[in-house]
Design a protein around this ligand. Structure first.
Ligand SMILES: [Mg+2]
Length: 355
């Protein structure tokens, strides 16, 4: 079997870069794309804004405090979507195996490419040049034998960079990485790993499959593979989004009554993420994990898709009333999701049908 050649392409500070491209007076200035509001989060920050410590998903109030001179602009998703479509067309000149992850990033399987270029690195270089030339934006790219390494690689020389991890480089590249760079290893897993003396991928490699599985279940098995550079997941072209969700573990287990602040935060994140989709979701899902790791989900499908973050939040909070466990039950994790995506036009047709 020949090694696969995967490219991960990631537009640099995408929404902010589109704004700067279209308004020359914004170039070189800190630009933050976000809805204003006490509960809003940053959708994108230009590299000038990042110098002040502003990051996407940060609370807007905090971003304002970090840089009061920044230009705050509300997101214009129809425009970003149009630009995204042009970029996608460029990708598709090179391979049909393109899996968009969001408006600004995609995986490409270029093991075989359509243009006769001799290497995956050449393909990535050409794509970067074409996007700059035809769309006027920079895109960073990573080339590697699988998806997870390609994603790490695209981040390696950001912004406007290209980084290649060849199959023979994997053995040297992986061990010094902090475990947090592995997909699925968030703050909580990271601190659990740190407690058992695992900080870098090299440490993780020293642990047996049995130990990791006993501690982390299926996630442990996955970490054991990732630590060895193994990731067989295929590039799936045009896979429509089934759901968008965010979840988080509490620093300490809490009662159901004390989940409100976290639900409000997660609803905000999920709402913002869902706006990046071309299709519109209708079902709201609340997920809880008990102290004993039992997973509970409750969902609600309103007749009309939720039309604001406030509405999503209200539904998510109200779904708690349908959790019928003991009031003293403790929970370790909560999640808010949106699913049941369909085309806006299709939904309109459906609702007329039932009127
Ligand atoms: Mg990006």
């Amino acid at each position: 079997m020949t090694a696969r050649k995967i490219v991960h392409a990631d537009m640099d500070a995408f929404y902010a870069s589109v704004e700067q491209r279209d308004a020359p007076e914004l170039r070189g200035r800190p630009v933050v794309v976000a809805w204003r509001g006490t509960r809003s989060v940053v959708c994108a920050a230009s590299y000038e804004a990042r110098r002040f410590g502003i990051r996407s998903a940060m609370a807007v109030v905090r971003a304002e405090r970090l840089c009061s001179d920044a230009v705050f602009l509300p997101p214009d998703f129809p425009r970003y979507r149009a630009v995204s479509r042009l970029v996608l067309e460029i990708f598709k000149r090179h391979t049909d195996l393109v899996e968009p992850l969001s408006l600004d990033e995609a995986y490409l399987d270029v093991t075989e490419n359509k243009t006769g270029l001799l290497s995956a690195t050449e393909v990535a270089r050409t794509i970067r040049a074409q996007v700059l030339e035809e769309v006027g934006l920079t895109v960073s790219a990573g080339v590697a034998p699988n998806k997870f390494l390609a994603k790490i690689a695209s981040d390696w020389r950001k912004p406007n960079g290209l980084y290649v991890i060849r199959p023979q480089d994997v053995e040297d590249f992986l061990p010094p990485l902090p475990v947090g760079r592995l997909p699925g290893v968030g703050k909580v897993t990271e601190s659990q790993l740190e407690k058992i003396g695992v900080r870098i991928v090299g440490d993780l490699r020293g642990r047996t499959l049995q130990e990791l599985e006993a501690r982390f279940g299926r996630h442990g098995v996955r970490m054991h593979e990732l630590a060895r550079g193994i990731d067989e997941s295929p590039v799936l072209p045009d896979r429509p989004t089934q759901s968008v969700s965010s979840e988080d573990t509490f620093p300490e287990d809490v009662l159901l009554d004390h989940t409100e602040a976290m639900i409000v935060q997660l609803a905000d994140k999920t709402w913002t993420a869902s706006r990046k989709e071309i299709r519109v979701p209708r079902t709201v899902v609340l997920k809880l994990k008990t102290k004993e790791f039992r997973i509970i989900t409750r969902s609600f499908t309103p007749t009309v898709p939720p039309s604001s973050c406030e509405e999503l939040t209200r539904i998510a909070l109200s779904l708690r009333a349908r959790v019928d466990l003991d009031r003293r039950q403790l929970y370790r994790l909560v999640g808010v999701g949106l699913s049941n995506f369909s085309d806006p036009a299709e939904q309109q047709a459906q609702s007329t049908l039932f009127e």
